[in-house]
Design a binder for this molecule. Structure first.
Ligand SMILES: O=C(O)c1ccc(O)c(O)c1
Ligand SMILES: [Mg+2]
Length: 611
């Protein structure tokens, strides 16, 4: 179906909005009156600009407080409307949205509303335009779609139809099934928005928290199915009032918006992009560093060993069990010091995963490889991390590991490592990457969750809020079915804050106490945890004699859920990156969110100039 977006959903000048909508592949726009009023362009110039960009102007909006008013008031409204109909002719748009009145002058009188809307439609028809009447969820007397439709039906004018808006319908809990009783040709327009479920005043909810379909908790897909069943053939148009999107760059927001419509159409059975491919594990995490010294010490102390070197690039493979970390030395990208630059996701079908990603508008990255390297497809996540779809040592698929030459001294990859000897990894060495925690740009959190779900085939979990001494951190994990891929997406306390940029890699071990001891013995610096934390721990849980003291001594944090126990410790931060070693027992599902405020405070305390 044709796709459209309301200019109110994007930031910037009207020209910037049109350009962003066009680049993201929209067919049309709804022009919000304020965007036109504030534009230096004439309506004719706007029309020409839109046409040059391949966009139609599908709707002009809104007209307010028109209907069910005293006669004198209505005459004034008609005069106002006639002005706008002329403007619409100059703009080249044929549909205007009239939202249900919120005016104290409006009467609770459907017959009067119908009669006046009939007259408005007659005037519109004289100007070659038509009127779409929409029930605002907070309309004074008309607040449901079925009520608005009854009035439109009673008015009985061919230039009058209804505009359905998923937010107003679903936010009020109306049953959208009744939409199928409206003749499709009388649904003049369909506006789509989702929203997170929140208990708040519906007007505030609508004006500040709408989001793109799939990013909230409303069943927009179900509603769209009813609208299609009714016979609607107009555009799917996004109308999203959102405080964050108003500030974010219009370009990425428009792509995020268009992606939401691809998914919506997939879910509603209207479109069939290449199927989603769920990753089956983390093949590697790739760090870039201006100089490999500090990170080598850290990785070594964590029990990873340098096992191989890339045949043509300054990249080393560090490994323990299935935990693989690539270290790329890149003196040019030194702004951040150490940073997580890429993630390899083990994919059952890397080519199909890449095709899926591309069809969902993920930015496809040029392959940076020498002719003899394994072909690897990669896309950029919203935070700039490169995501590779890859296969590790699997029959019939290009193997990224063949790009690496084993180092002579190194133990065989995946061979059991000798235990016990000083400096060598023992049984406590990392087994695999347990999870990654990647802080997202603050204005791209919803986009990131949708991207990871739909482009990467991961499943979003509930959002949690974590107190940071300097703000509130929101975190939402995305995982695959068996938990072998877990990425905790976070937004930090603020754009300029270090916590707003942190990236962390959690490695799994089956003996975190031994791992913490080995780490310290090898010269690793663990994050110090305040004694108050352990006093509280002793109050919350019963431990075996000496157990809590061990945790206190080693800076190990502890959590428990209904499934099992979680023990973990953190390393110091290098550049943007820190590591965590975790031991999950008995099927513990979480990430130690209970302990995050203590961890964040301890990290802040280590920053220069903090006490
Ligand atoms: O919040 C509003 O006023 C408003 C205006 C026009 C719409 O289409 C809408 O859904 C809401
Ligand atoms: Mg609307």
């Amino acid at each position: 179906m044709r796709t459209s977006i309301a200019t109110v959903s994007l930031s910037g000048s009207l020209t910037e909005k049109l350009t962003a909508a066009s680049s993201a592949g929209f067919d049309g726009v709804e022009i919000f009156e304020n965007d036109l009023l504030a534009s230096p362009l004439t309506p004719e110039e706007i029309r020409a600009r839109a046409a040059d960009l391949g966009l139609t102007i599908d709707l002009y909006q809104p007209m307010r407080d028109i209907e069910a008013v005293p006669p004198q008031e209505f005459e004034r409204n008609l005069r106002r409307a006639e002005h706008k109909f002329r403007l619409m002719n100059r703009l080249g748009t044929d549909t205007v949205l009239v939202c249900s009145s919120v005016s104290p002058l409006a009467a609770d009188d459907d017959a009067l509303a119908a009669e006046q809307l009939h007259r408005l439609a007659a005037l519109a028809q004289e100007h070659g335009v038509r009127v779409a009447y929409e029930a605002l969820a907070w309309g004074r007397h008309v607040s449901t779609y079925d009520h608005a439709w009854r009035i439109v039906e009673a008015a009985g004018h061919p230039a009058l139809g209804t505009c359905l808006d998923s937010f107003h319908i679903l936010a009020r809990g109306s049953d959208p099934k009744g939409i199928e009783d409206i003749p499709g040709e009388k649904i003049f327009f369909l506006q789509l928005a989702d929203a997170p479920l929140m208990a708040m005043d519906v007007l505030q909810w609508s004006r500040h928290y709408r989001c793109f379909p799939g990013q909230g908790g409303l069943d927009v897909t179900g509603l769209v199915r009813h609208v299609i069943n009714a016979g609607y053939t107009g555009p799917l148009s996004l109308e999203v009032f959102n405080d964050v999107f108003r500030q974010a760059d219009a370009g990425p927001t428009a792509v995020d918006a268009q992606r939401s419509l691809v998914l919506l159409q997939e879910a509603a059975g209207i479109a069939a992009p290449p199927a989603s491919v769920e990753p089956t594990g983390v093949a590697f995490a790739e760090l870039t560093t201006p100089d490999a010294g500090a990170v080598s010490d850290l990785l070594g102390a964590l029990g990873l060993r340098r096992t191989a070197r890339h045949r043509s690039k300054p990249v080393e493979l560090w490994q323990a069990g299935a935990a693989r970390v690539l270290v790329t030395t890149d003196p040019v990208r030194h702004r951040d010091g150490l940073a997580l630059a890429a993630l390899g996701l083990e994919s059952p079908d890397p080519a199909a995963a890449a095709a899926r990603a591309e069809s969902l508008l993920a930015p496809v990255l040029p392959r940076r490889r020498a002719p003899e390297d394994a072909p690897l497809d990669a896309v950029a996540a919203p935070d700039g991390v490169e995501i590779f779809f890859c296969a590790t040592d699997r029959e019939g698929l290009p193997n990224w590991r063949e790009d690496f030459a084993p180092l002579p001294e190194a133990p065989l990859p995946d061979a059991p490592l000798p235990a016990g000897r000083c400096g060598e990894p023992g049984p406590a060495a990392p087994l695999r990457i347990d999870h990654l925690a990647l802080t997202q740009p603050w204005h791209q959190f919803d986009e990131a969750a949708l991207f990871h779900r739909t482009v990467l085939g991961l499943r979003p979990q509930e959002s949690v809020d974590v107190a940071d001494p300097y703000g509130l951190l929101r975190s939402r994990a995305v995982t695959n079915g068996d938990g072998s891929v877990r990425i905790a997406l976070g937004i930090g306390a603020g754009p300029a804050d270090d916590a707003g940029r942190a990236q962390h890699i959690a490695l799994a071990t089956d003996d975190v106490v031994a791992a913490a001891r080995a780490f310290r013995k090898a010269g690793g610096r663990a994050l110090p945890v305040p004694p108050n934390y352990y006093d509280d721990l002793a109050a919350r849980f019963e431990f075996a004699p000496g157990e809590a003291e061990t945790y206190r001594e080693l800076g190990i944090l502890y959590d428990r859920d209904e499934h099992g126990v979680f023990r973990h410790f953190y390393t110091e931060t290098v550049g943007r990156v820190f590591f965590e070693l975790v031991q999950r027992d008995g099927g513990y599902r979480g990430y130690g969110a209970q302990n995050a405020p203590v961890r964040l405070a301890a990290q802040h305390a280590l920053r220069p100039g903090r006490r």
